[in-house]
Structures are given as structure tokens and as C-alpha cells.
Ligand binder design. Structure first.
Ligand code: KIV
Length: 264
């Protein structure tokens, strides 16, 4: 059992103590994150882009996820490990259950599912099987072709109302955590204050209960970083220092900054 559990995440929301989340895909970086203040290590399917060099996350397979989850598990002790269900792994509840089961058997403690309306029964099924779920809404990168690119979601009032309602229904379906990606700050704030479960943001709001970034963005290694990224390496002076600087900035709510890293 890691030191950080789903109960810790819930308590952090109650206590207004921000949750620090960062991606890692191997044991070496997991060890650095675990030792330098990261609460949740996300083994994201962003590994398809960051590690494998693809243009999207779509080519990532369950076997890829299991390989990287197993490596991260070997490098970490305290952090809660969250793993993405890869593209089409949540196409129906039975498939999602098999994939989530495999990820938990590899050592993950929670799965992340990119959610629209159709994933509500998936979340219910996983939760009924005792699997903690983080529901990812807003910009869901596995839907990049349907969305027409990596675009901010929920900008018009109708889309914003739909996302707010979806968040509430995902909480009701049993999701123990929400992740909001690339939505306007006002909408993110409304969702954070309307649900009881912790809400982790990326390109969302400084008022989220936690923040997540992709590790290569924190280390300044991404050629064209997204607006919500921030290079902490210069400030931190080393990889461990950059991770510590990120964790401190999230806990102090000095990252993300209004407008610089968020959207209107
Ligand atoms: O795959 C990933 O790393 C993610 C983050 C961008 C939240 O989903």
C-alpha cells in the first residue's frame, strides 16, 4: 500500500492542500518524483508521444501501458500510481474492466479514463469491481481527431453546461477523482466547487484541488510546449530540483498562473 491513497486525495481537498501530480514512465524518474514531493505519479498514455515519438496517444497499447506501469511501480514507494486506460480500452464496460484489471495487477492504484457521456457505464462498472477511477474530461487527447485538434473545450455556454453536468454525473457514477484538461478557468472553478471529489487540473484553474503536468514539459524538453506547460529546470537547477520546484509551486498555488497557464 502506498503512503498516498484515494483517502489522502479526498482529505487534501477537504483541507485545501493541493495535490501534486506529474507523469513518469520509468523507474528512474519515478524514484526522483517519489522522493521529491509528488503525491500522484501518472503513467499517462502521453508516453506514446513523449517516449515513443508518435504524433498522438492513439498507438499506445495495453501491453505498452503494462510495461511502463511495472517500471514505475518498481521505482516508487509512497506515491499513488495512476494509469491511463489506452485508446479503445474503454470502448465498453467489459473491455475496460479487463484492461483496468491488468493495470492494477501490474501495480497501478487507480486508473484514468477519458470520459464523455458514453463512458458513464464504464466508470460504474469499474467502481463496482472495486477499481478507483479518475475521470478525465475537457480536452481528451484520445478524441483528438473528433475534436479537430488539441483545442480548448467548453468555451461556449452550451458546451460549458454539458461539461459541468458530465462532471456531476461522473462523480455520481463513482469516480473518486476528476481531471480537467484545457477548459476555461471560470468553468474549471465552477466544477471544482460543485463536486465533492478532488479535481486535478492541467490548463484549468489554480483553484483546482491539484495540478498535473507532463514531466518533459516540467524539464523544458518539449519543442513546442502547450500554453499550460512550465519549465522548472532553470529554477530547480537539476531534475530533482525541478520536480521539487514544481511541487512547491503547486502547493503554494503559485503555479499555474492566471492567464499565463490558463484559458478564458
Ligand atoms: O497522458 C497524460 O499524460 C495525460 C495528462 C496530459 C493529464 O493524460
Amino acid at each position: 500500500m502506498p503512503a498516498i491513497t484515494v483517502n489522502t486525495l479526498a482529505q487534501r481537498k477537504q483541507a485545501s492542500e493541493p495535490i501534486v501530480c506529474l507523469t513518469a514512465y520509468d523507474a528512474t524518474f519515478a524514484r526522483v518524483l517519489d522522493a521529491n514531493g509528488v503525491d500522484v505519479i501518472l503513467v499517462g498514455d502521453s508516453l506514446g508521444m513523449v517516449v515513443q515519438g508518435h504524433a498522438t496517444t492513439l498507438p499506445v497499447t495495453l501491453d505498452d501501458m503494462i510495461y511502463h506501469v511495472s517500471a514505475v511501480v518498481r521505482g516508487s514507494e509512497n506515491a499513488l500510481i495512476m494509469a491511463d486506460i489506452p485508446f479503445l480500452g474503454d470502448a465498453d464496460p467489459a473491455t475496460a474492466l479487463a484492461q483496468a484489471g491488468a493495470l492494477l495487477r501490474a501495480g497501478a492504484h487507480m486508473v484514468k479514463v477519458e470520459c464523455g457521456e458514453t463512458e458513464l457505464p464504464v466508470v460504474e462498472r469499474l467502481v463496482a469491481a472495486g477499481i478507483p477511477v479518475c475521470a478525465h474530461v475537457g480536452l481528451t487527447p484520445q478524441a483528438v481527431h473528433r475534436l479537430g485538434g488539441y483545442k480548448v473545450q467548453g468555451r461556449d455556454p452550451h458546451a460549458a453546461a454539458e461539461l459541468e453536468s458530465l462532471a456531476a454525473r461522473l462523480e455520481k457514477a463513482g469516480a473518486q477523482c476528476l481531471l480537467l484538461e484545457s477548459i476555461p478557468e471560470t468553468l474549471a472553478r465552477a466544477i471544482v466547487h460543485s463536486v465533492d471529489v478532488p479535481v486535478i487540473g492541467i490548463g484549468a484553474s489554480p483553484e483546482c484541488d491539484g495540478q498535473v503536468l507532463v514531466l518533459s514539459d516540467v524539464l523544458g524538453l518539449t519543442p513546442e510546449p502547450p500554453r499550460f506547460a512550465c519549465d522548472f529546470l532553470a529554477e530547480g537547477g537539476s531534475v530533482a530540483g525541478a520536480v521539487r520546484a514544481y511541487a512547491e509551486a503547486v502547493r503554494a498555488r503559485s503555479f499555474p498562473k492566471h492567464d499565463t497557464h490558463t484559458f478564458r
